[in-house]
Design a protein around this ligand. Sequence first.
Ligand code: NAD
Ligand code: 2HG
Length: 530
Amino acid sequence: MSKPRVLISDALSPAAVEIFKQRGIEVDFQPDLGKDKDKLAAIIGDYDGLAIRSATKVTPKILENASRLKVVGRAGIGVDNVDLPAATARGVIVMNTPFGNSITTAEHAIAMMFALARQIPQADASTQAGKWEKNRFMGTEITAKTLGLIGCGNIGAIVANRANGLHMHVVAYDPFLSADRARELNVEKVELDELLTRADFITLHTPLTDKTRNILSGDAIAKTKPGVRIINCARGGLVDEVALRAALDSGHVAGAAFDVFVEEPAKENPLFGHPNVVCTPHLGAATAEAQENVALQVAEQMSNYLISGAIENAINFPSITADEAPRLRPFVALAEKLGSFLGQLTEAEIRGIRIEYEGDVAAMNTKALTSAAVTGALRPFLPEINMVSAPLVARERGIMVEELKRDNEQSDYDSFIRITIDAKDMPRHAGGTVFHDGKPRVVEIRGIDVDAEFAPHMLYVRNADQPGFIGSFGSLLGDSGVNIATFSLGRDAPGGDAICFVAIDQPAGKDVLDKIEALPQVKRARAVNF
Ligand SMILES: NC(=O)c1ccc[n+]([C@@H]2O[C@H](COP(=O)([O-])OP(=O)(O)OC[C@H]3O[C@@H](n4cnc5c(N)ncnc54)[C@H](O)[C@@H]3O)[C@@H](O)[C@H]2O)c1
Ligand SMILES: O=C(O)CC[C@@H](O)C(=O)O
């Protein structure tokens, strides 16, 4: 059998090359190739593995040409340069290295805070220009100031630790930060509005998701303390750059230090040119130590997978042995999709996730299935979660994960999985099974029987069981140009609570959802995607 071949298309530490060679893998190291997407598309078909940082974009076009590609390894955390659904659809495992560069990135955020407080880049430029402007650069002390952390995961927690050492008071907004973890980190858990009004410095450490995009919007920036300084070493798009520029121009915001931008590479940007702005070109992870860590880790993980099939830190697949894989796969999909359905409906803090297994499925590898359920439930908030890290991520955030197994005397199905998300506002639950065709189906929502396959775009509607609803709902979708693919209905009693779960061919926009919610029988309407 020929040796597996790996392409490294970004500037990884050469330590990775050595690992691949030692493990008997052929390796091509072309550190600038990621910037040339046509050349990458032309040669990717020759490789079993692709090791990248952030410059290489793994697009559907690259994946179409990647006929033998089995694994993409990201030496770093964020996988937003990889089209995950396209990779998953082609059966390509995507791995990351969740912790290797966390300390380095936290240190960059702290360095940016000091650069802002003492205007070091500006003072350096002025001094080296021979100006000696001693009176121009009046700084601010960091000691006893309040640091507002938006996101308190791996990196946020390290920033909190360093800020405590600097005698700052740290307040944190993170819906997944438990009271115990906040105490352990010596941070005060607060809501976002309170953080905005209290913080002298704000630093962002969340992923970019639908819920965090523009978390510092113009409105949010307007609520901040006059003279606040803002640091973003997480992801471009968390802050509205145009609104921030206006707030810098007006003097409301005293300074901003950005490592990441809405468009990267950032050649032009609304923040550029402002005297109180400090920018770096996505250098958060750029230390020799972090790059060595992530390169070694990604090379080990990819080699293990290519040689023995072992899966570690995969974003899109659980750790499963070769024997179990075929039987488990449809139930993994069921657990993840049920979890994802409930996670997408949940806005409030999640306290617990319960997974009940009934019948044959109770005798399977429920650990992998529970990880799949937790991954699905938390991915709307934590897009980088994977099935390996899901139990730890839940534990660290104080989310209680409970597994119950029963025989199927009570159930109509050979195998049945029910998931309950216990959120601060209310519990939500749904159950499903896999039919002989191997397709996962939802068969119960809120205790009401339904029967629906999952589809990429769906509408979930809760309504009162009253005449006229189905007609007006169907007409509304038709008038809005939304085609119904499948339609599943259920109710608890005639004239009682009803549910409809509808697969649609086009995603439904907010305008359509607003119109559905305006129908007199409707209590709630949500778009969910799988
Ligand atoms: N600049 C760089 O070079 C660089 C390097 C490494 C990581 N990063 C980025 O830093 C970010 C944080 O990385 P991490 O390893 O700490 O991730 P993490 O998953 O450990 O932590 C992210 C935290 O954000 C929280 N969060 C999610 N949604 C939220 C919301 N709506 N409001 C508030 N908090 C929310 C989560 O609960 C979690 O605790 C990621 O976006 C990552 O890609 C950037
Ligand atoms: O590879 C890099 O330089 C950036 C890495 C960083 O953005 C990450 O998400 O790990």
